[in-house]
Design a protein around this ligand. Sequence first.
Ligand code: GLU
Length: 449
Amino acid sequence: MNVVVRYAPSPTGRLHLGNARPAVLNWLFAKREGGKYILRLDDTDTARSTEAFAAGIEEDLAWLGIEPDLKVRQSDRFTLYDAARDRLIAEGRLYPCYETADELDRKRKRARALGKPPIYDRAALNLTSEDRARLEAEGREPHWRFKLDGRPVTFIDLIKGEQTVNTASMSDPVLIREDGTYLYTLPSVVDDIDLGVTHVIRGEDHVSNTGTQIEIFEALGGAVPTFAHHNLLTDAEGQGFSKRLGSLSLQQLREEGFEPLAVAIMASVTGTSLPVEPYASLEAIAEKLDFSMISHSSARFDPAELVTLNARIIHAMDFETAQPRLEALGIADPRAWNALRENLVKFNEIAELRKLIDGEIAPVIAPEDAEFIGTAADLLPEEPWDDAIWASWTNALKEKTDRKGKALFLPLRLALTGRPDGPELRTLLPLMGRKVSLARLSGRGDPRN
Ligand code: GLU
């Protein structure tokens, strides 16, 4: 089977972590199956969709490493939807309704008061053409409802297993608004048929739509795709991510310096039985992640886990991988990268950390340590140095001064780096070299002075 999937965001906001989940899960599935990935912009809501959001979504996907094979926009495809609309009208599956929102509200209240489910009563189906003409003469515009079969619709969900949605307990869904604009349901089905979509992978909030959509697929004579509804990503309190929650937009995560791979791993692996760990690439996740591993309960996102994962990805990054980015920062030195990478959480921190080797820092020498640091400078061997220089120097210093442990090492660290913590001095010292080390032990931050 030639697998075709689609990711269908509405360009009414930037992507956030929650809607990155279907973006990545679709991509992983397409990779595994050697299938095609379509980016479909659901922009029938012309009032809320913008070009800037559309461009932003593409930028966010590219950043995650997702390059769609095909991009389509629903706003370019109205002729297809109009043809489907006309067909459904001709076949009596789409019917005009004239109730106002208030009238519908009253009907719902009445049904509830009678202990009945608040389902649309299909009164509009009984309207004669004279009734309709009269209502339209009063200035009412119809909205259009799809006439459901009203039966249990069963499908095998690749994640959730067999699902049944009983359309008898649902109101006939409105497919076209009073102003003639389409709601998402019909265009989505028309596109899935037209583009040969074989698998619909989306959030489980769409399970109940699936009953309606399967009926529409059948009414239009289209092949019903296979569905896979995944759990939704939530924050630590169990709340869903929304477009309004700007704090976890992909754009912001990028600006904060997170690795796209870390974000893609969090978006896809959270809430599955796979461990959150530094997979080498999206392909490496694709090889491992199977739909059967996706949990049936929610996927809780823990920001601390993203931070840890990001750091682990950087710690494991070899010089060749880091090189182009280091070159852009003007610091492409393999020894420095290997000495410092394990101290990074975000990649760009390397620029600051790199200064510890030969940049300008402010050595800290407490008055009570001044004599000790002076002795350390005196004992600092001539070059050339080998990798054991730190051990041989500090051993000599220990013997000479009787200091050991923290009293020995902390003043050295403060003088040499200006900080109480940081990378191993064992690795840093050979990189600093004698000239820089001596300058710092003499309290000079800039070895050129
Ligand atoms: N635009 C819809 C959404 O973002 C797409 C749902 C689907 O994948 O069918 O919810």
